[in-house]
Design a protein around this ligand. Structure first.
Ligand SMILES: *Cc1c(COP(=O)(O)O)cnc(C)c1O
Length: 388
């Protein structure tokens, strides 16, 4: 892409974050210090949970969550095929089996009826995703897990700041996991956070992220007895103080960041309204969105190849675009693993052929949004010949 490209995503960092990170750099405390605690408290409070456990990525957070819940070989975890691959990879990390169920065609989240139907005696958890930040069905899915007395886990990596029926995203499950990758609403460069009200689970996660140390946060007394006592097989999944400082600044600005994203989403809705072949996101009235990405769908008479061509043409015209998400069960890794048990998930398979994620970040100007929509319109007209 050329220099005047409109990127798919872009972080939003101000002097506040730069000052906070600089403060850490000028101190001697670069790991396991007060910034991590502060960041954990801010995020936990924001989503109304008792504990926040900062980790070095959302993926690590999912891994530790499943370990802490004791999920392992022989266990099944019901999850969505329409997500970023880290969701179901975490299930593979612990040796358990992901059981993919189809999605609801409107919200694009797991269809509760299909979840209910997939439960077996081996089901040990439901791992749901608020895809693109949409929390639809989270209460219903949590209730299904409750009825079957299995934990409900939210991979809420795409939903920080949003809420559903008055409840924050991240507060529906026994445990939730956020990501702070640079394309997320709030970034720490790399990073993630586990949130829960469960004291014991929080303690195990703290220990697991910190080399299995007995009391997770004794970090600073290097060389003391506690620092060198390892009670379980742990990992180094810790977040640094610099990352936490960046996160503190970002969380302080969460309201502002969400508003800026809302403005962009509304402008897209407005501009796309007249385009008959474009299906815009459907957001229910009991949802307060925290927009992660803005993903439109082409109408059913476009093929996957046609959609890919439109995405390529957008990119060639300096407009960032992506096919969020290809079905996880069709990824080469999963094709190999599933081999003879390949599920047929028609809604996911059809939807994922026709999605286009458009440029989406806080700094997108009205003029740029208009240009994106105009370019999309031209590409779709041009693609007419390729329609089925
Ligand atoms: C971003 C994301 C992850 C992974 O987070 P990382 O911080 O990149 O490891 C997991 N699940 C979903 C749904 C995501 O969007």
């Amino acid at each position: 892409m050329a220099t005047d490209e409109i990127p798919l995503s872009r972080p939003d960092i101000t002097q506040l974050e730069i000052d906070l990170v600089t403060e850490v750099l000028r101190s001697d405390r670069l790991a396991l210090g007060p910034m991590i605690e502060k960041f954990e408290q801010l995020v936990a409070a924001k989503v109304q949970r008792e504990h926040g456990i900062a980790v070095n990525s959302g993926t690590s957070g999912l891994h530790l969550t499943l370990l802490a819940l004791g999920i392992g070989p022989g266990d099944e975890v019901i999850t969505t095929p329409f997500s970023f691959i880290a969701t179901s990879n975490a299930i593979l990390y612990v040796g358990a089996t992901p059981v993919f169920v189809d999605i609801d065609p409107t919200s694009l989240n797991m269809d509760p009826a299909k979840v209910e139907a997939a439960i077996t005696p081996r089901t040990k958890a439901i791992l749901a995703v608020e895809v693109f930040g949409n929390p639809a069905h989270m209460d219903t899915l949590a209730a299904i897990a409750g009825k079957h007395e299995i934990p409900f886990i939210e991979d809420c990596c795409e939903g920080l700041g949003g809420s559903y029926k008055g409840r924050p995203i991240g507060s529906f499950g026994r445990v939730g996991v956020f990501s702070f990758y640079p394309n997320k609403q709030v970034t720490t460069g790399e990073g993630g956070m586990i949130v829960t009200d469960d004291d014991r689970l929080a303690e195990i996660c703290r220990s697991l992220r910190n080399q299995g140390r007995g009391s997770g946060d004794v970090g600073w007394q290097h060389g003391t007895g506690a620092w060198l006592e390892h009670v379980r097989l742990g990992y180094n999944y810790r977040m640094s103080e610099m990352q936490a400082a960046l996160g503190v600044g970002q969380i302080m600005r969460l309201g502002e960041l969400m508003e800026a994203r809302e403005r962009v989403a509304q402008r897209y809705f407005q501009r796309l309204m007249g385009m008959s072949d474009i299906i815009v996101p459907t957001i229910s009235t009991d949802t307060r969105m925290s927009w992660f990405v803005y993903v439109v769908r082409l109408s059913a008479d476009y093929s996957g190849a046609e959609r890919d061509r439109i995405i390529n043409n957008l990119r060639n015209h300096d407009v960032g675009a992506a096919n969020y998400f290809p079905p996880i069960h069709h990824q080469p890794l999963y094709r190999r693993l599933l081999e003879n048990n390949m599920p047929h998930l028609p809604v996911c398979e059809s939807v994922s052929q026709r999605t286009i994620a458009l440029p989406f970040h806080t700094k997108l100007t009205d003029r740029e949004i208009d240009l994106v929509v105009q370019t999309l319109d031209v590409m779709m007209r041009r693609s007419e010949f390729g329609r089925r």
